[in-house]
Structures are given as C-alpha cells and as structure tokens.
Design a protein around this ligand. Structure first.
Ligand code: NAD
Length: 492
C-alpha cells in the first residue's frame, strides 16, 4: 500500500544563492575530492550556483591552477560521472576554480589568498583538514585580515574527543569568529529524511498529538555499517563507536526525534530545543550499555587485524539505553546502537507506538505495534507500519502493511535529492545555521558522553565479541529483551 502516489507537483525549486568566494582548505584531500567538489558541481548543474561563484582550493601540494582543474575533473569523473555528460556546466565549473599553495602552519601565501577574495560577495572558509589545523587557520585568517565580520567558517568532525578538547576548540574558533559565523557540520543533518522528520512532526496535525510517553512505547535509533574499520584503524582505535558516531550523528537524530516544537524554524530556536534534550538526558548507567568488537568472518578479518594494539578495548559497536527525563518522554526508552561489520548498511529511526488499550481481535496479541520508520540510508524514506484486515474471505485475519512514503515512490524513480553536503554548503552561503551544531550543543553532548568513556576505561571488562555480518553482540539483544522488547532486524 502506498500513502502517496507519484506527485508531479513535487518538483525541485532551485533558487540560486548569492555570489560567493568559497575557500576550501585541504582541497586535495579525500573529503574535498569525494564529497565537497562533487557536491558543488551538482549545485551548479542544478542552477543553484551563481555563474560568478569562485571556489579557491588551498593545500600544501605544489600545483598550478590548471593542474588543480585537471585534478578536479578527474575527481568528478570518479565520483560524479554525470559531470562528463554535461560538458558546458563542467567547463563553467572548472572555470570557477582557483588554487593556491599555502602551508597553513606558516605565514606565507596568506596575502595572496586575501588578494584573490572579493570584498562584495559572501566569503566562506571550509576547513577540510585535520582538527589540529582548525585553530591555526582561524588565527591566520584573522591575523592576515582575511576573515571579515561577515565571513563564515565551516568545520567538521572530529570536533573534539572529550569535553575539554571541545571547549578548547570552541575557544580557538571563538577567539577569531562569532558563533553566528561558525558552521559545525554534521552531515546527518543535511540528509533529506532528517529534515523530513521535522516536516512530518511539525507540518502535520497527525503525529504530534501522539508524540509522547502516552502513545509511544520506545524509540530505536540504528546506524549500522557493513564495512569494518579497514584503512582507518589508526584513527578509529583512538576514537571508537561512541565518540565517532554516538556523540555527534546519533545524538543529533535523538535530539530531532525528541525535541519540543520550536516556535519558529530558525537556527537558534531549533538549536535551543535540541540543547534542552541533551540537558534532559539521564546520565548513562554502565549496566545499560553494551560495547562490542567484531570478530573475523567472510574473509574480512577481525577488528584486531586493523589496529596496532592487540589489547585494544576500543569498541566497534555500541548499544545504549537512553532516557530523556522530561515531561514528554519520562518512561520512554531510546535505544541506540551503531556498529561496524554488521549485516547491512542501514541508518534508521524507529518510533514504536503502544498497542491499542483493548484487543477486540484475538490476533492482536501477536501482532506488532504501529511503527514509524524513518530511514536515512540506503533508500531514504519514511514508512508507517499499520495493521489491517488481511484481504479475502476466511474471517478477521490481521496483517501488517507498510504505508510507504519513500521518496522514490512519491516523487518518481528519477528523483535525486541533494546530497547532504550540497544542501549544507548552500546553507553556509545562504547564512542559515539551522542544520549546524551550535558550540553549546557540542559541549553538552560531550559532557554526557565523557563519564561513559571514563567508566569503560576504568572497567576491566572487555568489549563483547560479535560475528561479522550479524546484528551485534548477544548483550545488545539482551538489553531490549529484558525490557520485553526487541530490535528491528538490520536489513537493507
Ligand atoms: P586528507 O588527509 O585526505 O586531506 C587533508 C588535506 O589537508 C590535504 O589536502 C592536505 O594537503 C591538507 N593539509 C594538511 N596539512 C596541511 C597544511 N599544513 N597546510 C595546508 N594544507 C594542509 O583528509 P580528509 O579525509 O580529506 O579529511 C579532512 C578532515 O575532514 C579531517 O578532519 C577528517 O577527519 C574530516 N572528515 C573527513 C571525511 C572523509 O570522508 N574523508 C568525513 C568526515 C570528516
């Protein structure tokens, strides 16, 4: 059953942004090549980028402007092959590029950068470099008079590894930029479905009256990856799933699910409400947390094949029972789990409603509850699982069917929503911080996570092993079983 049919009225409405100069520090790096430059190209393809926009790549690698253009053409051929089918747009995009060699640890080259920037357009600096360089770059942008009071600076995870380092990072950036100029990206917030969660909740009369402890039994948030740590073992082993996924992405999903309706859809109203959720979180109880490490399977090797420390206790899987202690949510657990080398790559929020108070059909005892499944990946969309009468004769038999609001179904198979980075970079240019984390949110999230990191570090217990390709350690299943609940299957 489909809730809405193909709707030709839902075409994308693209409004070009104002002219801008975007400086990408780390323009030769992996993030720039795979995500940022292809995202910018797609915005040009869609007509959202003004023809006089300028993108200035900055990195240490010696390269001329022409070789940078070649480098970007190759990156697009690899990650955005559509580019080759649109030679005119590709030419215009490459013409918008410039490049400058600057070692950001030194003071050479900054004056040249300053000269390339126009005084009368939006100025944005994307720091696609390691976090140890954030402060260096911010300071030099300031010292060399390149950062104006209107310019914007964009940073991305890892934004600290605990409360102290997050505070230090906020202080470094805050010494040179106002909070209104700082854009902390969490690319999960740029996903179409995540924004749709807000639309579903706040633009419909249907769900919000049910969105509380009276009607919701519990919420599950799953971010499962099928890949392992692979080449990132060095980085990952210092971080772990709690810091790498829960403190940022999953916390944001939790906040958007749990927050009160903001009075207005603007940056500070939304972020104030998210902050209140984080502040309402009960401290985690270690016995309601599970950490795991994957074992080998499917020829892929175990966690220990990718990290140097053979005694590492870093978790590649975490499951938590989280409680939001406020009027709306008291008594409704939020179960979070994330891990590597699980059965499938799936990110979803599942809101499980309570069963009807009285069962008039005998089968109701065994039927599942209504569930609202907000799927972020792989196929973005929202599904409401409902119980209906199974069609046909044979008495009153019940069946669960999904009311499917998947974007491809609703908007046509060729619907191509903007990638998270496309949306977020354009928001930076527009000066809209709604989908970016504020400094206090970041710190509050670390304040909540840090005690668990410390408790795990002190504990002599080791993470539970789990088989690659499964759904995580047994203990994670038990976390819900003992509450009389069970996880939704991880399936793509
Ligand atoms: P990378 O190592 O591939 O690239 C780093 C870039 O920084 C290169 O262009 C390099 O030339 C430049 N650089 C390094 N030191 C410099 C210096 N002193 N002066 C000037 N330029 C310098 O890294 P990446 O994977 O592109 O990641 C960049 C940042 O984004 C990291 O903080 C990473 O954690 C974060 N991030 C990356 C991804 C991803 O998908 N790659 C995703 C999320 C977050």
């Amino acid at each position: 059953m489909r809730l809405i049919g193909k709707n030709s009225a839902m075409v994308s409405r693209v409004i070009p942004v104002t002219p801008f100069d975007l400086v990408i520090f780390g323009a030769t790096g992996d993030l720039a090549r795979r995500k940022l430059l292809p995202a910018l190209f797609r915005r040009m393809l869609d007509g959202q980028m003004p023809t006089n926009a300028k993108i200035i790549g900055v990195a240490r690698r010696q390269m001329s402007r022409e070789s940078f253009q070649d480098f970007v053409r190759e990156a697009l051929a690899e990650f955005e092959p559509e580019a080759l089918a649109a030679p005119k747009v590709l030419k215009a995009f490459l013409a918008a590029l410039d490049y400058l060699v600057v070692d950001v640890m030194g003071d050479a080259g900054w004056a040249d950068l300053g000269q390339k920037l126009r005084p009368d357009v939006v100025r944005a600096f994307y720091l696609s470099v390691g976090p140890s360089l954030f402060g260096e770059i911010a300071t030099r942008l300031n010292r060399h008079g390149i950062a104006t009071p209107q310019s914007r600076i964009v940073v991305e995870k890892p934004l600290g590894h605990d409360l102290a380092s997050a505070k230090a990072l906020n202080a470094q950036l805050g010494a040179c930029f106002d909070e209104q100029q700082i854009y902390r990206i969490d690319h999960y917030l740029g996903k179409e479905t995540v924004q749709n969660l807000m639309a579903i909740r706040f633009a419909n009369a249907l769900f919000e009256p049910l969105w509380n402890s009276q009607h919701i039994d519990h919420v599950q948030i799953t971010v499962a990856e099928s890949i392992g740590v692979e080449g990132r073992g060095g980085y990952y082993d210092k971080s772990g799933a709690l810091r790498d996924m829960v403190q940022n992405h999953m916390m944001q999903l939790l906040c958007l699910t749990a927050m009160e309706p903001p009075a207005k859809f603007n940056a500070d109203f939304v972020r104030d409400e998210k902050l209140k959720v984080i502040r309402a979180l009960e401290p985690l109880r270690v016995e309601e947390t599970v950490r795991g490490q994957y074992r080998g399977g499917g020829g892929e090797g175990s966690y220990f094949d990718h990290v140097e420390n053979p005694a590492s206790k870093t978790e590649s899987f975490v499951a938590l029972k989280v409680e939001v202690e406020n009027w709306r949510w008291a008594g409704v657990p939020f179960y979070l789990r994330t891990g590597k080398r699980l059965r499938a790559r799936v990110s979803e929020i599942v809101v499980v409603f309570k069963k009807p108070p009285h069962a008039i059909f005998p089968e109701m005892a065994t039927q599942g509850s209504n569930e609202l499944v907000i799927r972020l990946q792989p196929d973005e969309g929202i599904t409401l699982n409902m119980t209906i009468k199974e069609p046909g004769p044979g008495g009153m038999r019940l069946a669960q069917v999904p009311l499917d609001m998947s974007f491809a179904e609703a908007l046509g198979e060729d619907f191509h929503g903007p990638d998270a980075y496309e949306r977020l970079i354009m928001d930076v240019i527009r000066g809209d911080q709604t989908l970016f984390m504020r400094g206090d949110e970041l710190e509050e999230a670390w304040r909540w996570v840090d005690p668990l990191v410390a408790a795990w570090a002190e504990s002599s217990a080791r993470p539970a092993g789990y088989d690659a390709g499964g759904s995580g350690p047994e203990d994670a299943l038990a976390l819900l079983h003992r509450d009389g609940r069970k996880w939704r299957e991880i399936e793509s």
